[in-house]
Design a protein. Structure first.
Length: 661
């Protein structure tokens, strides 16, 4: 590895050649450490696209978990669009800007952004300072004023908080999901005193750890308050003249409402705009390979969309999207110009990565890495064993003192590669979780890592061979967020007045709503239930797990009477019926267990080689299903199993493994 302290010095742009993708993550980590050690500067890296940004985050986490990594994504909508960017993306942007506007924590800091995000103007630092507030347990608050602040800061009122930027009020509780917190928080008030702040799971709505302080950031890049509305109205008329026609945007903002897509007039809400570079005036600037070309293409796209909108507004061209007035701001109001972009790169003495070798000299330094070997010829040649070729290549690299890492996309793929290569004679392999563990291994030991990298590389002293280099194209199947589908209630907002619920001790009742009652001088939020005869039961919201939905036909249901034995008698009868069903199921299971069946077991190495050919990494549920099916086949007893899953989630891959066995 070169002396990175020399690479962060100097005030002229520099090209770092011999830096293929994957290796650039390690280079960035070393540059961030060197810049922090030299003068405390952070590093700002501009990736060419969003997908590249996501890959870098995961790769740098492997090489340098000690770094503070901040991401600043671009809006997920087109220039001059009629829709707003997704709330979660805006929340991530605001959390990063707030961190950059505050004091550094002393750790080496690496900020990752994209060309699209870097070219766009952002609110000034004063906006965050004046539109944020901090809450502390024990302080007295005007709850109504807090709700007004949340709405002005862009938070959306919701019946149940699950996404960043949402809030909900339920009596003395306010649920809120601020940017940068990772989890939503529940504010518990006693009167106007903030008694507790607790994090909670957005899926189960169960409260968790307590926190003492909470910082509330705006979740939009502008607020809709009196000052911003005044600035918008003045700026809009100054740009486009007096509004004499039906203009939904102008009417909505004038009425203090957010209009879909109003972010595309963002400068009109502010006194001044800045850029991500303004938040990092002293940062060492680095660029992805082809980032400059991506910036040129982006600026051309912006100009094309602007001209199309302007022509449509003048009646000279077709309207993009829905009909209605669209008066676009000049591109230089929203984005950097070509000249500003170039001068920014010059002023920041940008280090540009290139995977190709360039002649060393003025403006260029070679780091000596290249793309690694692709085993495509071995995959195509039936006379060559692919895994023997991988083993021999890894052994040859290690014999020259090169540290070797085999990188897989998932834990299951890593285990499979380890098993197959072990069968083919690669004995000196060790599982690692990070770069520090890898460096602690002996040079002749091959490291097995989970590292999302398409293609490997060879650098001085280091070689990475990826799963895709060995097996060909891999397809990434993203896991879906799991939501449990039982009937137990976790939040009162899941009910509407008139719904039937079942109390574990009192039976079927009707939900009437949420009421606040005073007991022993303290207010409590309770779920109000009505039973037969008009009897009422109040269940504190903290005991809502005692309730479940009534799962049968509500029209045929009869309410229970509080204090009667009918509910307990029905429960006793149902328990007896369940015991009878259980006895029958146990009898059938016992009879099946006494029967013998053929035993099917595939050799582990052959099964691993067969499974390695599937292009998708297995999901957690898929791995469990595979293990259980193969265990059934090897048990020597009749199988009794149903494999169930959504379309496209891998049932066939489970069945093919069973057929192979």
């Amino acid at each position: 590895m070169p002396d990175f302290s020399t690479l962060v010095e100097g005030d002229r742009p520099l090209t770092l050649s011999g830096v293929p993708e994957g290796f650039d993550a390690l280079v960035l980590a070393n540059l961030a450490r060197a810049a922090a050690a030299a003068d405390g500067r952070p590093v700002l890296h501009v990736a060419r696209e969003d997908a590249r940004l996501a890959e870098l985050v995961e790769q740098i986490a492997f090489f340098a978990p000690d770094l503070e990594i901040l991401t600043f994504p671009a809006w997920d909508c087109l220039p001059y669009d009629r829709v707003s960017p997704h709330a979660e993306i805006v929340a991530r942007r605001m959390a990063t800007l707030d961190a950059l506007a505050g004091a550094a924590n002393g750790r080496p800091r690496l900020v990752l952004t994209t060309v699209n995000a870097a070219l766009q103007r952002v609110p000034a630092r004063d906006f965050l300072r004046h539109r944020s507030r901090s809450l502390q347990v024990g302080e007295r608050l005007d709850v109504e004023a807090l709700l007004v602040f949340l709405e002005a800061a862009g938070y959306t009122r919701s019946s149940q908080v699950t996404e960043p930027g949402e809030f909900a009020r339920r009596g003395g509780l306010i649920d809120i999901y601020p940017p940068g917190t990772g989890q939503p928080c529940r504010l518990d008030f006693f009167g106007d005193t903030l008694e507790r702040i607790r994090r909670f799971d957005p899926l189960t709505q169960r409260s968790g750890d307590r926190v003492e302080r909470l910082r509330l950031l705006p979740v939009a890049e502008f607020t809709v308050d009196a000052d911003s509305v005044r600035r918008f109205r003045q700026g809009y008329t100054a740009c486009f003249g007096a509004v004499t026609d039906d203009d939904p945007l102008y009417e909505a903002v004038s009425a203090g409402r957010r209009h879909q897509g109003s972010e595309h007039w963002l400068p009109l809400f502010h006194d001044g705009m800045e850029t991500i570079f303004s938040y990092l005036p002293d940062a060492l600037l680095t660029l992805d390979h082809q980032a400059r070309d991506a910036a040129t293409a982006r600026l051309m796209t912006i100009r094309d969309y602007y001209e199309a909108r302007r022509a449509a507004a003048a009646g000279d061209g077709p309207e993009i999207g829905r009909t209605g007035p669209y008066k676009p701001l000049a591109p230089e109001r929203l984005y950097l110009t070509e000249e500003e972009w170039r001068s920014r790169l010059e002023a920041g003495a940008a280090r540009t990565f290139s995977p190709f070798e360039l002649p060393e000299g003025e403006g260029g330094v070679s780091l000596g890495a290249r793309r690694g070997r692709d085993f495509a010829p071995e995959r195509q040649d039936p006379q060559v064993n692919l895994y023997d070729a991988v083993r021999d290549h890894a052994a040859a690299l290690a014999s020259r003192g090169t540290r070797v890492i085999l990188a897989a996309y998932s834990e299951g793929a890593r285990q499979r590669l380890a098993s197959v290569l072990s069968d083919h004679g690669l004995a000196n392999a060790h599982v690692v979780t990070g770069w520090a563990e890898t460096q602690a291994l002996a040079r002749d030991t091959v490291a097995l890592a989970v590292l999302p990298l398409e293609h490997g590389f060879v650098a001085p002293g280091l070689a990475i061979i990826t799963e895709e280099d060995i097996l060909g194209d891999r397809l990434i199947r993203r896991g879906r967020r799991q939501r449990r589908a039982d009937d137990f209630l976790r939040d009162v907002t899941a009910l509407t007045a008139g719904d039937l619920v079942v109390h574990v001790d009192h039976g079927i009742g009707r939900f009437e709503g949420l009421e606040t009652i005073t007991v022993a001088g303290a207010a409590h939020d309770c779920v109000a239930l009505t039973y037969r005869g008009g009897d009422r039961l109040y269940v504190p919201v903290e005991n809502i797990e005692l309730l479940s939905r009534y799962g049968s036909d509500a029209a045929a249901a009869e309410l229970d009477r509080l204090g009667s034995s009918a509910w307990q008698a029905r429960k006793a009868r149902m328990k007896a019926r369940i015991r009878e069903m259980a006895d029958e199921l146990i009898r059938i299971a016992a009879a099946r267990a006494m029967r013998r069946a053929a035993t099917f077991t595939a050799p582990a190495g052959l099964m691993d080689e067969f499974a390695a050919r599937f292009p998708f990494p297995e999901t957690e549920d898929q791995l469990r299903a595979i293990d259980e099916v193969l265990a059934d086949l090897a048990s020597g007893r009749p199988m009794d199993r149903l494999v169930c899953g959504d379309v496209g989630f891998g049932k066939t891959e489970v069945a093919l493994r069973a057929a192979f066995a």
